[in-house]
Design a protein around this ligand. Structure first.
Ligand SMILES: Nc1ncnc2c1ncn2[C@@H]1O[C@H](COP(=O)(O)OP(=O)(O)OP(=O)(O)O)[C@@H](O)[C@H]1O
Length: 375
C-alpha cells in the first residue's frame, strides 16, 4: 500500500473518531441537561421548545427553506444569550457538580465484600440505635466530597463498625452531638455540623431532620436519621426525607453502595423509597405505625402542663430496666388516643418520670445531661 493511501486512511480514521467523540460529548451534555431539568416542569417546557427550534432549523436546511432558515438562525443566535440567562441556575448546578465530583470516589475503590460489610455495619448500628431510641445522624459520602463538613466535626478516620457507630451516639459521650460522616469504609468524623434546610417541613421534624435534609440539598450524600423521639429511621437524599424500615434501609444501602438490588426480595420497592416523599412511608424499624398526621400537627399547641403524669396512667410502672421507656410509651399511647401530641420526652416535666427504682434515676439523669449538652 502506498504512503499516500496510508495517510489518507489515517485522515479518514481521525475524521471519523473526532465525529464520534463530538456526537458522544454532545449526547452526554444533552443527557446531563435533561437529568437536571427533569422534574422542573417550567424548565422542561423551555427545554422542549429549544429542541423543537433546533429540529425545525435542521429541517429548514435540509429542505432549503431560506426564510424559515433565516428565522431559526436569528432565534438560535440570539436565543443563546437568552438560554444562558434563563438557565442560569441550572448551568450553575452543572458547573458546581463538575467541580465537586470526584471521579474515583472513595466508595468505588472498595471491594464487593468491603461494601457488603459496610452496609451490614450501618444497618446493624441503625437497628440498635432505633430500638434504643438513640438519636443519630449519619451521612455517607458519594461523589461530592464532604471535607468541608468533616472540618466542622472531630476527625476519627476509624473503621466503620456497628459498635463504634452506636457508641458515638450514646448521649453521655462527648461526640454524640451532630453528625457522623462516612467516607468509603471509614468514619471520617463525628459531631459534624450540617446547614439545616430552610424548606417548609412538618413541625414534627426538628433540627436533626432539618440538618439531614439540608445536607442532602447541597450534596449527593445519603443521610440516615434516627429519631430520638420515635425511633423512626429516615433517609434524606436530594432534599427528600423518607421513613424506612430495616429491610428497606438494607435494600436501599445495598442498591446505593454495592450497586445491586436483592433479587430474592419480595418487596422490590427501591424506586418507591427513592421517590417517596416525607408523608408516604411511616414505618418504624419494628414495623410499628408511627403517630398519625393530625396528632403531629397538634404538636405546636401542646404545653408541658398537658403531659399526662405517669402516676395518672393505668399502667403499672414496670420493674424492668426499661420502666421509664414503658411509661413514655404508655403516655404516648394515651395522648395519641386523645389526639394530642406530647412534647419530646426530654422536655416533659419531672413528675412524668417515675422515681421508684435505680434504673429510672439513671435514665432521668442522662436525659437532663442531654438537654444541657445539646446545641
Ligand atoms: N445542624 C445540625 N447539624 C448536625 N447535627 C444537628 C444539627 N442540628 C441538630 N443536630 C443534632 O440533632 C440534635 C437535636 O435534635 P432535635 O431533637 O432538635 O431534632 P429532631 O429532628 O426533633 O430529632 P429527634 O426526633 O431525634 O428528636 C442535636 O443535639 C444534634 O445532635
Amino acid at each position: 500500500m502506498s504512503t499516500y493511501n496510508l495517510s489518507s486512511l489515517w485522515d479518514k480514521f481521525l475524521t471519523f473518531s473526532t465525529t464520534v467523540i463530538d456526537i458522544v460529548v454532545i449526547w452526554m451534555i444533552i443527557l446531563a441537561a435533561l437529568r437536571i431539568v427533569r422534574g422542573k416542569s417550567s424548565t422542561m417546557q423551555i427545554f422542549k421548545g429549544i429542541i423543537f427550534v433546533i429540529i425545525v432549523d435542521v429541517l429548514a436546511k435540509v429542505m432549503n427553506l431560506k426564510t424559515l432558515q433565516f428565522l431559526t438562525n436569528m432565534f438560535i443566535n440570539w436565543g443563546f444569550l437568552a438560554v444562558i440567562i434563563i438557565f442560569q441556575p441550572e448551568i450553575r448546578t452543572i458547573l458546581e457538580r463538575l467541580g465537586k465530583s470526584s471521579f474515583f470516589s472513595r466508595m468505588s475503590s472498595l471491594s464487593g465484600n468491603e461494601k457488603e460489610k459496610l452496609v451490614d455495619n450501618i444497618v446493624t448500628a441503625v437497628r440498635l440505635l432505633s430500638a434504643d431510641q438513640t438519636g443519630a445522624l449519619i451521612s455517607i459520602e458519594k461523589s461530592h466530597p464532604l471535607d468541608d463538613f468533616i472540618a466542622t466535626g472531630t476527625r476519627l478516620n476509624s473503621d466503620v463498625t456497628a459498635e463504634l457507630l452506636t457508641s458515638i451516639f450514646v448521649t453521655s459521650t462527648p461526640l454524640h452531638d451532630g453528625a457522623v460522616i462516612i467516607q468509603g469504609d471509614k468514619i471520617a468524623c463525628a459531631s459534624a455540623y450540617f446547614p439545616p434546610t430552610t424548606a417548609d417541613i412538618p413541625s414534627r421534624y426538628g433540627s436533626r431532620h432539618r440538618a439531614a435534609i439540608g445536607i442532602s440539598e447541597i450534596t449527593d450524600a445519603i443521610t440516615i436519621v434516627v429519631s430520638e423521639e420515635t425511633g423512626n429511621v429516615s433517609i434524606a437524599e436530594g432534599g427528600k426525607l423518607t421513613t424506612v424500615n430495616e429491610q428497606q434501609l438494607r435494600k436501599y444501602l445495598t442498591h446505593i453502595i454495592v450497586g445491586q438490588t436483592e433479587e430474592n426480595g419480595e418487596n422490590n420497592d427501591d424506586e418507591t423509597i427513592i421517590e417517596a416523599d416525607v408523608h408516604e412511608l411511616q414505618t418504624k424499624m419494628d414495623d410499628t405505625p408511627a403517630a398519625n398526621e393530625e396528632t403531629i400537627l397538634e404538636a405546636g399547641k401542646i404545653t408541658a402542663e398537658e403531659v399526662i403524669p405517669a402516676e395518672q396512667n393505668d399502667t403499672t410502672v414496670s420493674s424492668s430496666k426499661h420502666a421509664l421507656q414503658d411509661v413514655h410509651e404508655a403516655a404516648d399511647a394515651a395522648a395519641k388516643a386523645a389526639s394530642i401530641k406530647l412534647p419530646h420526652k426530654k422536655k416533659r416535666p419531672t413528675p412524668s418520670y417515675p422515681k421508684h427504682n435505680k434504673s429510672n434515676y439513671k435514665q432521668s439523669d442522662t436525659s437532663d445531661r442531654k438537654q444541657g449538652g445539646e446545641r
